[in-house]
Design a protein around this ligand. Structure first.
Ligand SMILES: NC(=O)c1ccc[n+]([C@@H]2O[C@H](COP(=O)([O-])OP(=O)(O)OC[C@H]3O[C@@H](n4cnc5c(N)ncnc54)[C@H](O)[C@@H]3O)[C@@H](O)[C@H]2O)c1
Length: 435
């Protein structure tokens, strides 16, 4: 390891997951199983990927943990909040993502992960009804309650650092509203005034995490930290933020496949994505106001990869449509279909069809591990605010739109940004060499 300014990963890291559903429990079970040597963390960049550092005869391919000081899986402690009181073992069984034989060896550890009372507002997820919910007068009190949970968890488990990650249900769409979300002062006032329309419960989690000096990651498409007020708070507290929406099935395919079309200068008329999903996430997304949040997030992918301004002949008139259909028999095993209408030489049309039979939470779990470990790393490296290097893991990556910044959605560009951030934090030079 080169000389770096990154603080060592000493002590325990508390990973506090908002929501104890399918994704969260698949993540936790996997980490605990890997720790026992009973499973492999397949899909995790921090556990498997190797990056080239140095050039020419000095070049070496190293794992992330050989380049930067990463928290070891043995040093992770899990905490969670949920509106249902079932512990992580019960939730993992209920989710039916993993077989019992892959859960039972860590049953005791999972049973100890009991959800704290959630900061919840039924109007933000009408299909959910649980009573493990905080009783609070206003949004400010809601946020203070979460801060206390974080402090108590940290002390009780003797953690030296905390990361908070949202893996709870998608909330209804809250578009950025400048008078409230524009500055930290206006956001705080709205929380104290209990402005329930503009302050989502997820914003209370984010505010609490950052104030307790914990990085915050938004794994759903909620606009929570995608507002200037939260950027201001992240600057003030010097904490990293990342979001939004785990990039798992269809969008992963899209952000990896669209560059094929763009790189070969083929044209695109339309891209229709539809999928069926039968888990609780699918149920929540069956509500139009919740689906809207997801739709906005999923639609943003293509336009920054295949740019109509750059290539009006090729991408000037793309019809992009995304649908999610709730279909209980499939549970967590989502099936996605993409129909891609492209055109070639002299405008002749062609079609590409992709049929992805994926497992939603199996794809999401390694992202939670990478996002939490890398956010903790970023904090120790003194990085704060929007972490663009984490865009690789996210469907609708954060960027400062008030300064005209564009999101980078191309998977391979995102990978370059990720590698360079790891190199830089490891004390190596960033570069664009072809490996
Ligand atoms: N699995 C994927 O591929 C994927 C990809 C991208 C994003 N996501 C997002 O991840 C999230 C979790 O997905 P899932 O399949 O685990 O869903 P899930 O329904 O199984 O779990 C979500 C849990 O969050 C709880 N919850 C809801 N509001 C809460 C609140 N305010 N505080 C605490 N807990 C709350 C629910 O009770 C539920 O147990 C969803 O928002 C989903 O859209 C998943």
């Amino acid at each position: 390891m080169e000389l770096t300014n990154v603080k060592p990963a000493d002590g325990k890291l508390g990973i506090m997951v908002v929501g104890c559903g399918a994704v969260a429990t698949t993540f936790m079970t996997g980490v605990l199983m890997v720790r026992k040597g009973l499973a492999k963390p397949v899909g995790s960049m921090t556990q498997y990927d190797k990056i080239r550092v140095g050039k020419g005869k000095d070049k070496q391919y190293l794992h992330y943990s050989e380049i930067v000081p990463l928290t070891k899986l043995d040093d992770i402690i899990f905490g969670t909040w949920d509106i249902y009181p079932q512990n992580a073992y019960q939730s993992a069984i209920y989710a039916e993502v993993l077989k019992e034989k892959d859960i039972n060896p860590v049953r005791e550890e999972l049973e100890k992960i009991v959800p704290m009372k959630a900061a919840f507002d039924h109007n933000y997820a009408k299909r959910l009804d649980g009573d493990n919910v905080k009783d609070c007068k206003n949004r400010w009190e809601m946020m203070e309650g979460i801060r206390k949970d974080i402090r108590d968890f940290k002390a009780k488990n003797n953690c030296s650092r905390i990361v908070v990650i949202w893996a709870a249900s998608t909330e209804i769409y809250v578009p950025e509203y400048e008078p409230i979300h524009g500055t930290l002062a206006s956001l705080e006032k709205a929380m104290k005034d209990d402005d329930r329309e503009h302050i989502a419960p997820s914003m209370c989690y984010a505010y609490a995490a950052l104030s307790e000096k914990a990085p915050f990651i938004m794994g759903a498409p909620n606009t929570t930290v995608d507002i200037p007020a939260m950027w201001e708070l992240a600057e003030k507290t010097k904490m990293p933020i990342a979001g939004k929406d785990f990039k798992t099935g269809q969008t992963l395919v899209k952000s990896g496949f669209a560059p094929i079309i763009g790189t070969r200068c083929l044209g695109l008329n339309g891209w229709f994505s539809t999928n069926i999903l039968g888990n609780r996430d699918g149920l929540v997304l069956d509500e139009p106001a919740n689906f809207r949040t997801k739709e906005v997030s999923k639609l943003s992918t293509l336009e920054t990869i295949l740019k109509s301004d750059d290539q009006p002949d090729l991408y000037g008139n793309i019809y992009h449509k995304v649908r999610i259909n709730y279909y209980p028999p499939r549970n967590d095993n989502k099936e996605g279909w993409d129909n891609i209408d492209i055109f070639g030489w002299m405008g002749y049309p062609m079609q590409i069809k992709i049929n992805f039979l994926c497992r939603d939470s199996i794809l999401a779990a390694p992202l939670l591990l990478d996002l939490t470990l890398l956010s903790d790393l970023a904090a120790r490296a003194g990085r704060f605010g929007i972490q663009r290097f984490l865009s690789f893991f996210l469907k609708s990556p954060m960027h400062d739109y008030t300064k005209g910044e564009e999101a980078v959605n191309n998977l391979f560009e995102q990978y370059t940004i990720l590698k360079n951030a790891i190199r830089e934090m490891g004390g190596y030079e960033a570069d664009q060499e072809v490996d």
